[in-house]
Design a protein around this ligand. Structure first.
Ligand SMILES: Cc1cc2nc3c(=O)[nH]c(=O)nc-3n(C[C@H](O)[C@H](O)[C@H](O)COP(=O)(O)OP(=O)(O)OC[C@H]3O[C@@H](n4cnc5c(N)ncnc54)[C@H](O)[C@@H]3O)c2cc1C
Length: 459
């Protein structure tokens, strides 16, 4: 479309939330732009989280977050089956380590039921250690959450954005919105990539949500970046964590957990630290020490394994205890704010909620006919066959037999496919999120040069 195009809707922010909104809206007879400041989709908070598909058992009942996490869990689970986003239903075990925590379990179970989740069971100490034998001494009991699952945040975001683009949405990367001028018929967004005009604007800018909100004349909330640091342990640790091990949640959030990852590692974290100087995704010595201390108490043998990576993500915590999603029909503007620690799970339900808000505010919505099927995503998970393991595929195309990244077993064929995809990577970081290349224990030490060479050949 030309610069003079007026889109029906511009969604600002191509994280998992904005991608899900753009996908939902582009399933209707609308012109949609997904406007992103960075070079790639999913390069903000959505690239660095614990990637748990939450049932919503521990949400605050009656909140918008509770409803959207519960619905989003089912929507994303079904979508994952259709697109190949890897999901493993490992289940979770919430462990009580003190008599106070033990006493809190019945209320947590009752809360889960109020949130529409009825599968939690309170278990005794023997069952806790049967389920996770490697736990440290001192567990007094637990609560099982059989449907909590692990997934891949990178694939989920990319699948939703790819689907949106195939349904006709325009993906405008390198378009950082600096100001908004609301006119009678359209809003003009001044961006680093030029002006974008749209009748409606949806603010899904995550950590920058309040800033964008101010461009529409509001001052209704502030975002406090809340950093979460995580440690990734070597694949040899995976048998120690057959399921997600959760602490009893506190007012600070879900607390430090131990989780298997779909890539075959074990993750310990996240920390929860409010930042005063803006979003900072650097890891800190203090954070690492804190996590190692936690790990030592929760699962001492985990610390015998090697830490292969550490990273940090930043939650968009706001000064209210719920998501803040509101439509302003006069300015033809929807705020999607405060999507803190559950946004991956809730993303598709947020998409449907925004669709309903827009319809309620007067945007005509007619389902589009002849939608393309959802994209088939490359499998990054260890629970299903990966290309290097697939003899038939290698026979048909030897590029899947040529390993490039030996730690993560990534082949030339997968790198080639990433560049041929609807949304190709713009950077080597983007390639890593699409293939796992350079994501293993050597962190690219051995393969980065060859990966970069292949990437250069495909660009
Ligand atoms: C440590 C940690 C652990 C988590 N664990 C889980 C979990 O296990 N399960 C779960 O469901 N959720 C989890 N979350 C939460 C989840 O990651 C977030 O809720 C989700 O990623 C938020 O997505 P988003 O699209 O709102 O934000 P983002 O991914 O940050 O996307 C916002 C986008 O807006 C763009 N943008 C900002 N300003 C502008 C502008 N002016 N112009 C154009 N573009 C702009 C940014 O570049 C960014 O790409 C976790 C979060 C953290 C930090």
């Amino acid at each position: 479309m030309s610069a003079a195009t007026t889109y029906d809707v511009a969604v600002v922010g191509a994280g998992v939330v904005g991608a899900a909104i753009a996908r939902e809206l582009s399933g209707h007879d609308l012109t949609v732009a997904l406007v992103e400041a960075r070079e790639d989709v999913g390069d903000g908070t959505s690239k660095a989280n614990t990637a748990i598909l939450h049932t919503g058992f521990d949400a605050t009942p009656g909140t918008l977050e509770s409803r959207l996490v519960r619905d989003g869990f089912h929507l994303l689970s079904r979508y994952a089956e259709r697109t190949g986003i890897p999901v493993e239903r490992t289940g979770a075990l919430l462990v009580a380590w003190t008599t106070e925590e033990l006493a809190a379990l019945p209320e947590l179970r009752a809360k889960a039921i109020r949130n529409g989740y009825r599968e939690c069971v309170i278990v005794d100490t023997a069952e806790v250690y049967r389920q996770v034998p490697a736990l440290g001494p001192g567990a007094l009991g637990g609560l099982t959450v059989p449907d909590e699952s692990i997934t891949c945040t990178w694939t989920a975001t990319l699948a939703l954005a790819t689907d949106a683009v195939r349904r006709g949405a325009a993906l405008l990367t390198r378009h950082s919105v600096g100001s908004a001028r609301v006119g009678e018929h359209a809003t003009v967004l001044a961006t680093t990539g030029g002006e974008v005009r749209a009748r409606w604007v949806v603010n899904a800018a995550g950590l920058a949500g309040a800033e964008l909100d101010r461009m529409f004349g509001y001052g209704r909330f502030t975002v406090t970046p809340r950093r979460g640091e995580l440690l990734v342990f070597d694949k040899l640790a995976r048998p120690l964590a057959p399921r997600i091990v959760l602490p009893v949640p506190s007012s600070r959030g879900k607390g430090v957990l131990i989780s298997p990852t779909i890539y075959g590692n074990v993750m310990l974290g996240p920390t929860s630290e409010d930042l005063t100087g803006g979003p900072d995704t650097a890891t800190s010595e203090r954070g690492v020490e804190f996590l190692l201390g936690k790990g030592r108490a929760l699962m001492p043998t985990l610390l015998d394994e090697e830490v292969t990576a550490s990273y940090a993500g930043v939650r968009a915590a706001i000064d209210r205890p719920d998501y803040l999603v509101e439509a302003d029909p006069a300015r033809r503007y929807v705020l999607v704010g405060g999507i803190r620690s559950t946004g991956l799970t809730a993303s598709m339900a947020i998409g449907e909620h925004v669709r309903d808000l827009l319809a309620g505010a007067g945007l005509p919505l007619r389902p589009r006919r002849g939608l393309p099927p959802p994209p088939a995503m490359p499998n990054l998970g260890e629970a299903s066959t990966r290309p290097y393991q697939d003899a038939d595929r290698i026979d048909a195309d030897p590029a899947y037999g040529r390993l490039v990244c030996f730690c993560e077993r990534v082949t030339e064929g997968e790198i080639r496919d990433a560049y041929a995809a609807t949304i190709p990577p713009a950077t080597l970081g983007g390639l890593r999120r699409r293939t796992r290349a350079m994501n293993g224990r050597c962190q690219g030490f051995y393969c980065a040069a060859r990966v970069a060479e292949l990437a250069g050949g495909h660009r």
